[in-house]
Ligand binder design. Structure first.
Ligand code: GDP
Length: 483
């Protein structure tokens, strides 16, 4: 089903009547509602100085662009209101992320709210005094960076959980680097304060090496000592999250067109496609025509995190919606449209495009395309994830690499460590458009296959100067191709 004169009028900011008239002059008899074939659209587009029909279609089917426009519009808006922060919990395995999320889920839930069946909808809100905090229910940096790799930046604040009896561990460092690379502020929650052997000052000292410096030491990172198990000081953590949110001045305009991101989605037997979404701007209402990723529909039933039906969802509110034509993917963006017809047209076209070229792959930076990518994207720095067999090599390599500067472009080691190249390294590189250097280490089997499908470049070296030479040569566009 193609577009008609009315659709084209909207697109070209012209009265539909003018379009019909123009078409008449071009020898095409039509009315405002009759759908037009590709050739006619192309003809008309040329008449208005638009090169091809592709462009006409792209304009409204590019929902990432529409989404971005709404984000920009909200910045200009005079009706901005403060919105709840969206928080992701990260940290090393077994340091208490799940325990904390479970405790928070049951914090400050009024009896009235607790009545319903608790639903897992990918995110939930906690009430603190008269304010709210939204927690994403999937802890860890894999989910976080997977969303980022797909262009979704929903997290405002990261809570880094570190067990007081275990201290900084490899995944603690990974989490720090993932958050830093995303530019998201970190609040440190030193957990398991009730455990024998809890040594919070040791943990603090360790974290200071990663530039997380508490206020008592002249830094600006918030540290809170908690016990997720007993609940001790968890309320304080919530207060600190709100304080950090105030500093960030998180705002949204609830009156504009609703946009947001899919957190999770699935097919339900009885209800069809179900998507857990997070509203980011505007207010989503039951009945709204909507395009979500490559699918579309009309919001039929909307359920909040307490399992209650709601009619509206405001910024930072997670809700589950039904009424979509197909199951979207997590990290897909959604945009509300004025009318169902346009939503359908856009949704169908997007589905078709997606089928045709599968998912468009982002071209990642590699050592081979580095020079061209630097020029094309006006890169200011080259991101590298560095793994080596011993700490000495990590240090020697990162120091030398970070000294490289070519025409004002510097190397930034976004993460380094001892050990095999793992999944987290690949996700981070993918999300940050970086490549990976391994020195005397190889990727794990899963990291290797993930890197292949994400097209992340992994380079292995066993001679330090060779690695340094290659990076410098690549930045100068003088890397010898390998065959
Ligand atoms: P995750 O892997 O980070 O999600 O960690 P979990 O939440 O699964 O916790 C791992 C283990 O640590 C579990 O046995 C928890 O009961 C325990 N744990 C979590 N928080 C605390 C705490 O504050 N104090 C103590 N003593 N144990 C905790």
């Amino acid at each position: 089903e193609g577009m008609n004169a009315q659709d084209l009028g909207k697109l070209l900011h012209r009265e539909p009547a003018e379009i019909v008239k123009k078409l008449f002059m071009l020898g095409v008899m039509t009315n405002q509602n009759q759908s037009l074939d590709k050739d006619t659209i192309e003809l008309l587009a040329a008449e208005y100085g638009i090169e091809s029909k592709e462009k006409v279609h792209e304009d409204i089917s590019d929902i990432d662009n529409l989404y971005q426009k709404e984000v920009e519009a909200s910045k200009e808006s005079k009706h901005q209101e403060s919105r709840p922060p969206v928080v992701t919990i990260m940290g090393h395995v077994d340091h208490g992320k799940t325990t904390l999320l479970d405790r928070l889920r049951h914090t400050n839930v009024s009896e009235h709210e607790a009545g319903g069946i608790t639903q897992k909808i990918g995110a939930y809100q906690v009430r603190v005094d008269d304010r709210l905090i939204t927690f994403l229910d999937t802890p860890g940096h894999a989910a976080f960076s997977n969303m980022r790799a797909r262009g979704a930046e929903v997290t405002d604040i990261v809570v880094l959980v570190v067990a007081a009896d275990d201290g900084v561990m490899p995944q603690t460092i990974e989490a720090i680097d993932h958050a830093k690379s995303a530019g998201v502020p970190i609040i440190v929650a030193i957990n398991k304060m009730d455990a024998p052997g809890a040594n919070p000052s040791h943990v603090t000292e360790q974290l200071m090496k990663y530039n997380l410096i508490p206020e008592d030491y002249g830094g600006d990172t918030i540290f809170v000592k908690i016990s997720a198990k007993t609940g001790d000081n968890v309320e304080e953590l919530l207060q600190m999250i709100l304080l950090q949110a105030d500093v960030l001045e998180l705002k949204a305009d609830p009156h504009q067109k609703a946009i947001g991101t899919v957190v999770e989605a699935r097919l339900s037997r009885g209800r069809g496609p179900v998507a857990d979404i997070l509203v980011q701007q505007g207010t989503l209402e039951v009945g709204d025509p909507i395009v979500v990723g490559n699918t579309f529909g009309r919001v039929r039933v909307m359920t909040n995190d307490k399992g209650r039906r709601v009619k509206k969802a405001t910024p930072s509110m997670p809700v589950e919606i039904t009424g979509l034509n197909d199951v979207p993917e997590s990290a897909d963006k959604f945009v509300v449209f004025e009318d169902e017809k346009t939503a359908r047209a856009v949704g169908e076209q997007r589905a078709q495009n997606a089928l045709q070229k599968q998912r468009e792959k982002v071209q990642h930076v590699t050592l081979d395309n580095l020079f061209d990518t630097m020029k094309r994207e006006n890169m200011k720095e080259v991101g590298i994830v560095l793994k080596a067999d011993v700490q000495g090599s990590v240090e020697a390599l990162s120091q030398s690499l970070e000294k490289i500067e070519v025409e004002g472009v510097r190397v930034n080691i976004i993460h380094s460590g001892v050990g095999a190249i793992n999944d987290s390294d690949v996700t981070l590189a993918s999300a940050s458009n970086a490549f990976i250097i391994g020195f005397n280490v190889r990727p794990t089997a899963t990291a290797k296959s993930q890197a292949e499908s994400d097209e992340v470049d992994i380079r292995s070296y066993s001679v330090i100067y060779k690695a340094i030479d290659d990076v410098e040569a690549a930045m100068k566009g003088m890397l010898e191709p390998t065959y």
